[in-house]
Write a protein that binds this ligand. Structure first.
Ligand SMILES: [Zn+2]
Length: 187
């Protein structure tokens, strides 16, 4: 990942959330975001044709989401047969690619990865994480000793995404470090 990108993503996510009237402590709304930016969202269940049933497998082995070029820009194709928390992550990932002006025509099969690979993939993954659970929100939860399940509930994400953000955003590390410093000082 490019140097400085994480700090940039942290700021950018807060700005993008603020534009929707969202602070760092509430769930992200990828659908309101897409609407605000005029990004069309196409649900697989709305499509006809032989490809539809193939893509609609609930186990997610086929497709979660994809960016598809359209005349006016880009649309997000999403697999609405998947659970809501998964759809929110998929949507946020694809939106991150749009915001970061990445190439499109990519599809997302794994919860947090699509076929694009390399730096663009890492950046979209990281920015979508900041959109779903901003660092500031994760930090407040870490201070309150929130579990991964608490974080998943507050931000309406899967347990896996909550665990990833609580452990890798740096929030828990910062809180633990501060506490051990305090404990050391009191001795
Ligand atoms: Zn991707």
């Amino acid at each position: 990942m490019r140097r400085g990108f994480k700090a940039e993503a942290k700021r950018l996510a807060l700005e993008l959330r603020a534009e929707l009237g969202l602070d760092a402590d509430c769930p992200f709304d990828p659908y309101a975001f897409a609407d605000e930016y005029g990004i069309r969202v196409v649900r697989l269940s709305e499509l006809d044709g032989p490809g539809r049933d193939y893509f609609l497998k609930r186990d997610g082995s086929a497709l979660s989401g994809a960016l598809i070029p359209i005349v006016t820009g880009v649309a997000i194709l999403e697999n609405d047969a998947q659970p809501d928390v998964r759809r929110r992550t998929t949507m946020s990932h694809e939106l991150a690619h749009v915001v970061l002006e990445h190439e499109f025509g990519v599809s997302l099969a794994d919860e947090r990865k699509c076929g694009l690979g390399g730096a663009q993939e890492e950046e979209a993954d990281w920015l979508s994480g900041e959109l779903l659970i901003p660092y500031d929100g994760a930090l407040r939860l870490a201070r309150a000793n929130a579990t991964d399940a608490d974080a998943a509930g507050v931000f309406q994400v899967s347990l896996a995404v909550a665990r990833w953000r609580m452990n890798h955003s740096g929030a828990r590390t910062v809180v633990e470090r501060t506490r051990s410093k305090w404990n050391g000082a009191r001795r």
